[in-house]
Design a protein around this ligand. Sequence first.
Ligand code: ADP
Ligand code: ZN
Length: 646
Amino acid sequence: MSPQSNQSDKTPKPNGLSPTVIILLLWLLFLNLVVMGGEQDSLVPYSQFLNQIEAGKVARVNIGAQKIEYTLKSELQTQEHPHILTTIPIAQDTNLTQRLEAHNVDFSAIPPSQTGWIANLLSWIVPPLIFFGIWIWLLSRSQMNGPGVLTVGKSTARIYSEGDTGVTFDDVAGVDEAKTELQEIVDFLKNADKYTYLGAKIPKGVLLVGPPGTGKTLLAKAIAGEAGVPFFSISGSEFIELFVGIGASRVRDLFEQAKTQAPCIVFIDELDALGKSRGNLGGMIGGNDEREQTLNQLLAEMDGFDPNTGVILLAATNRPEVLDPALLRPGRFDRQVVVDRPDRSGRKAILRVHAHEVRLGSDVDLDKLAARTPGFAGADLANLINEAALLAARNNRQAVMMEDFNEAIERILTGLEKRSRVLNELEKTTVAYHEVGHALIGAIMPGTNKVEKISIVPRGVGALGYTLQLPEEDRFLMLEDEIRGRIATLLGGRAAEELIFGRVSTGASDDIQKATDLAERFVTLYGMSDKLGPIAFEKGQQQFLEGFTNPRRTVSPKVSEEIDSEVKELVDGAHQIALNILEENKALLETTAKMLLEQEILEGEALKSQLKKVEKPSTMDNWLLTGEVTNFLPHNPIKSNGRICL
Ligand code: ADP
Ligand code: ZN
């Protein structure tokens, strides 16, 4: 997930006049003033001009095709009569010259005017200029709004020149192994001669694989920054366009540009959008022709360029398992660098990098924060720091305090507090028992998830209350009994509602979804079901994206039935154990729920002392290990058919 990497805004900008158009308009106005302006004010009616001739007032006349200029006799010139008067000739008046001769007026023709030929020339130059201006304007608009009519086939790769990425390895923290491997690429780029002298071939392509937000893009930029070479980047999905053939021409274009700038880095984000295995396309005939052509072009380009030109291709993906094997062959993306979620010390290092950007309070302990944030990727941690700073600002603090960070972590995990959502008494009570149910069961289940906080303050989308469980350490494996325990904890909320109210609410739907998904993975992915054995029922593995389900392997209807019954048995068992535990601890459930109703939030010592009192029923340990439930409750705890909706 890289929430920061927003798609560029594709809505057209509000139609302000572009500078080019404004300049053109001003130019036209200026011409208008220079060429034609300034003369109109002293125009004299033709009849008056004739009268003045008859009266013998006129001394001199200049006759032109467009106008006649004349001067009065010097004794008649006054302040308000300008020296030269102008009138417009009337073509029908053919005997003007005789009239002038008769009154002894000097006359001559006006020489062709200077401005006349300039205006003439401009009338040839200006219209093409206007068209040119409009064309430039359209061009710049279409570039602003992404690929348009005029950019067909041109790569939209953004070019950062040297130093422009501004990123160095110091800005990337917590991924030391990846950095060590990539250091070599930097060296290739800086001292290519050393390698070519020995006849070594520089690797063409390096694939960065890892979950979203772990800093793959950042690393690619850092390599360019460290080596001081230009950085071209394009996203795999940008290649895929509606028009057939454009994706492929983009690839050609990108490589052409890159070769002229070598040594340089070309970075393709989301390679999977473009390089999905051609075998996996399913039965859609011609459905993905375009993508295939683009991919083929990419493969051809990669084979076509000399490894020592100094163009190094970096690509990132979080689904390496779906990539076309052809992309991963030697000479293409033959190097893979894993950029995984950081461990605790890595998280601390990343927090330290980003903490520079904010004013930290004296009580902030980055180590503690790192401990509280297992599973967070670099982008999440950067986001955490920013959220905490926003909260501190809202609280009018001088610095970001630990309290802000704790609130920010909760916010990221469970969403915003929504105190405005008012629950009625019945709903509130139901939510309180539901959450305490989760907490009591979570408290005695194996694993490292510690119940930190219970709250009935609504948060985020749909959460009316929540139980916050934070792991005490990073875990890379989950044991069989821990998964069972997790499912039981998830069902604890529903079990509490059944036990106390004898009827259930819709509030448990999310828990049920998660419990069922986990149970299904238990059977189909982890091979933990005794009946079905260690057989994978899902095709392939999702390494870096959680919650993505793979298609099922083709199984016989009988096996399919068995999978369903195993999943059901697991969930039923967990439900039963949850009920057993709460039955055994019913008094504790009641008192804790009452405390929660009063205080709305339970945490710290108050919560700990309650959770310490939870008693394990005798059936629990055996179930955790074997999945067998020995003594089902004698009665069905659901007594009424009523359903309340939350
Ligand atoms: P990816 O490409 O793996 O999805 P990005 O490189 O886009 O992730 O990371 C998004 C942002 O998260 C970065 O701009 C950076 O602020 C932050 N970030 C991610 N990983 C790290 C890291 N290892 N060190 C420092 N910051 C990181
Ligand atoms: Zn719940």
